[in-house]
Design a protein around this ligand. Structure first.
Ligand code: PEP
Length: 254
C-alpha cells in the first residue's frame, strides 16, 4: 500500500519566529485532529531548518523536508547546501525539480538527475516534481513533456532506488495562480505517470510510488483531488503557510 503524503513548501516566506509559531500550530493540530496514517511534511527555508530539528521527535506526525539540495557531497560551492547537511539536521524529504527552480535557476533534467542521485545516496526521500506550462498544455504536448522530464532525470535509477522516490505532478499554470487542475485533469496525468513507471520498471513498483498533486490545492478542493485513484496526496505552497488550512488539507484523507 502506498503512503498518503501532504508536504508544505514554504518557499522563501516567513521569518524565523513566525515559522516556529506556524510549525508548532501545525504540530498541535495534527496531533489532535489527524487520525489517519497520512504523513505530513513541512519544508521551511534552509536557514530555519535546524530550528525545527528538536521538534521532530519519535511519535510526532510531522517530518521535515527541504526545498532543494546541491548535487555534490561537499566542496567549494559558496551558498549551497548538501544532502548530507540536510540529513544531519533531521531532514527526511527534499523537493527536487520544482518548476520555480527549473525556471529561475535554470535547473535542467541532467542536473536534476544528479540531485536525485545525491539525495538518494544520503538517504533522503526526494519529492521529484514534474509539470507542463500553460503553453505546453494548450499546444497538446504535455504528455511528451512529462514523459521526458521523468525519463531524463529519473529513469537512469535502478528499480531499488526509483522505488524510494515520491513524485509530484505540478502543472506550472496551477502553481500560485488559484487555477487548480480539475480532479479529472490531474488523475489523467497521474495515471499516465504511473503507466510510464510500469512500462519502464514494473507494475508492482509503479503501484508502490506515491504521486502527489500540486497547484493551488486548498481545503475546499483537496478531498476531491485526493479521492482520485492515482493521487496520493499533495505538495502545497500558499495554503501551507496557514496552519489551519494546511491541516484541513491533510485531513482530507481522514
Ligand atoms: C508549489 O509551489 O509547489 C505549489 C503547489 O504552490 P501553490 O499551492 O501555492 O499553488
Amino acid at each position: 500500500m502506498r503512503k498518503n503524503i501532504v508536504a508544505g513548501n514554504w518557499k522563501m516566506n516567513l521569518d524565523l519566529n513566525t515559522g516556529i509559531q506556524i510549525f508548532n500550530e501545525i504540530n498541535t493540530l495534527i496531533t489532535e485532529e489527524v487520525n489517519g496514517n497520512q504523513e505530513a511534511v513541512v519544508c521551511p527555508p534552509f536557514i530555519h531548518i535546524s530550528a525545527f530539528t528538536d521538534a521532530i521527535k519519535p511519535g510526532i506526525k510531522l517530518s521535515l523536508g527541504a526545498q532543494n539540495c546541491h548535487q555534490a557531497d561537499a566542496g567549494a560551492f559558496t551558498g549551497e547546501i548538501s544532502a548530507s547537511m540536510l540529513v544531519s539536521c533531521g531532514v527526511k524529504y527534499v523537493i527536487i525539480g520544482h518548476s520555480e527552480r527549473r525556471q529561475y535557476f535554470n535547473e535542467t533534467d541532467a542536473l536534476l538527475a544528479k540531485k536525485l542521485d545525491a539525495a538518494l545516496k544520503n538517504g533522503l526521500t526526494p519529492i521529484f516534481c514534474v509539470g507542463e506550462t500553460l503553453e505546453q498544455r494548450n499546444s497538446g504536448i504535455y504528455f511528451d513533456i512529462i514523459r521526458e522530464q521523468i525519463s531524463s532525470a529519473a529513469f537512469h535509477l535502478p528499480s531499488a532506488d526509483f522505488s524510494k522516490l515520491v513524485l509530484a505532478y505540478e502543472p506550472v499554470w496551477a502553481i500560485g495562480t488559484g487555477l487548480t487542475a480539475s480532479p479529472e485533469q490531474a488523475q489523467e496525468i497521474h495515471g499516465f505517470i504511473r503507466k510510464q513507471i510500469a512500462d519502464k520498471y514494473d507494475q508492482n513498483l509503479a503501484d508502490s510510488i506515491s504521486i502527489l498533486y500540486g497547484g493551488s490545492c486548498n481545503p475546499k478542493n483537496a478531498s476531491e483531488l485526493f479521492s482520485q485513484p492515482d493521487i496520493d496526496g499533495g505538495l502545497i505552497g500558499g495554503a501551507s503557510l496557514k496552519a489551519r488550512d494546511f491541516v484541513d488539507i491533510i485531513k482530507a484523507f481522514n
